[in-house]
Design a protein around this ligand. Structure first.
Ligand code: MRU
Length: 349
């Protein structure tokens, strides 16, 4: 399995996702500022991956702080957390990870500074392992929902590359294939950043899972032709009522799926569920550079000076979501109740 990100003594090592699928290269971010930049510029992307990357960036920044006293280290820690929080606004996993590191800092605040630093490194590495375990659990819960054979459509990349390994939506597909289901994945190319054609297709081909890339405007026709038995996507933030923010274009796919009577599943770890955000209208949507739309690589594909919009995510209202697959189980409508129940399970355990 590809190592999307990894803690090393030199820093946080990433596969450079901007270079895939043509080049498999790795870069090491040696300072917390470099980790923040890697998140911002999409060297690492995907909600769970950026959460763990931020946690490792925080651990790295704290480890390398030359503060002599707790108060100075706390000041550095707060500055590092702030820098991480300013990288990308939509994926709540980032803020979940920062909060978790804040809690660990407070918990370990009594320790001598070297041990406190070590506790933060251990916490970030633990989050990495937990993310893989959550994806495997989602696979176990979700595989049964996919058809025994036929086409499954996915949008963007919710795979090993978007997580610490195995993937959320692609994890469920992997688990279904491991159980012997004969699936064929249709990967929306996912304009403008092309996570579907560049990343999803690349990682599924590595696993030998049959994959067909389609451009985003083909999914309706594929559904109408009966080629798609289910849709499964990941998420960047799920509100308490089940509204789902995910890569731009997800909403279109969900509406099309409903029109064709095709189940639309969302797979996401609990770190993506934001019980403090009541509904999708409150989810901040990242606006990215217009150049992502006007250019493919260095080639300009729109007139100079034309107006362009580039929201990186959209919100799919919960009415379109057949089920939400989490590591704690599968939630179905009414989501306000089912998600609250799953959230409570953890609070008790
Ligand atoms: O802009 P990106 O590539 O970070 O967006 C990623 C997505 O929208 C994924 O579908 C989502 O983060 C889920 S990843 C398991």
């Amino acid at each position: 399995m590809v190592k999307t990100l990894e803690w090393t003594e030199e820093g946080v090592r990433f596969i450079d996702q901007r270079k895939l699928p043509t080049e498999e290269t790795y870069v090491t971010a040696r300072t917390y500022e470099e980790v923040a930049e890697a998140i911002r510029n999409m060297t690492v992307r995907g909600a769970p991956a950026i959460g763990v990357a931020a946690a490792m960036g925080i651990a790295l920044g704290v480890r390398d702080s030359d503060a002599d006293h707790l108060s100075e280290l706390r000041r550095d820690f707060e500055q590092i957390c702030e820098a991480m929080g300013e990288t990308r606004p939509t994926a709540v996993n980032l803020f979940w990870a920062i909060r978790r590191m804040e809690r660990k800092f407070e918990e370990a605040g009594e320790l001598p500074l070297p041990q406190l630093k070590q506790a933060l490194i251990t916490e970030a590495r633990q989050m990495y392992l937990e993310d893989i375990a959550a994806n495997e659990a989602m696979g176990r819960h979700g595989a049964v929902l996919l058809p025994a054979s036929g086409g499954v459509l996915t949008h963007c990349n919710a795979g090993a590359l978007a997580t610490c390994g195995y993937g959320t939506a692609l994890g469920v597909i992997r688990a279904a294939v491991e159980q012997g289901k004969k699936l064929h994945v249709f990967a929306d190319e996912t304009r403008p950043f092309l996570q579907g054609s560049r990343l999803t297709a690349w990682e599924l081909m590595q696993d030998g899972i049959p994959t067909t890339v389609i451009s985003d405007n083909m999914s309706g026709a594929m559904m109408k032709q009966g080629k798609i038995g289910a849709v499964i996507v990941g998420a960047d933030r799920i509100a308490a009522n089940g509204d789902v923010a995910n890569k731009i274009g997800t909403y279109t796919v969900a509406v099309l799926a409903k029109e064709h009577g095709i189940p639309f599943y969302v797979a996401a770890p609990f770190s993506t569920i934001d019980m403090d955000t009541p509904d999708g209208s409150r989810i901040p949507i990242e606006q990215r550079s217009t150049r992502e739309v006007t250019h493919i690589g260095d080639r300009q594909i729109a007139p100079t000076g034309v107006r362009v919009e580039n929201p990186a995510f959209d919100v799919t209202p919960h009415q379109y979501v057949t089920a939400i697959i989490t590591e704690r189980g599968v939630a179905r409508a009414p989501y306000a109740e089912s998600l609250a129940e799953l959230a409570g399970m953890a609070a008790k355990s």
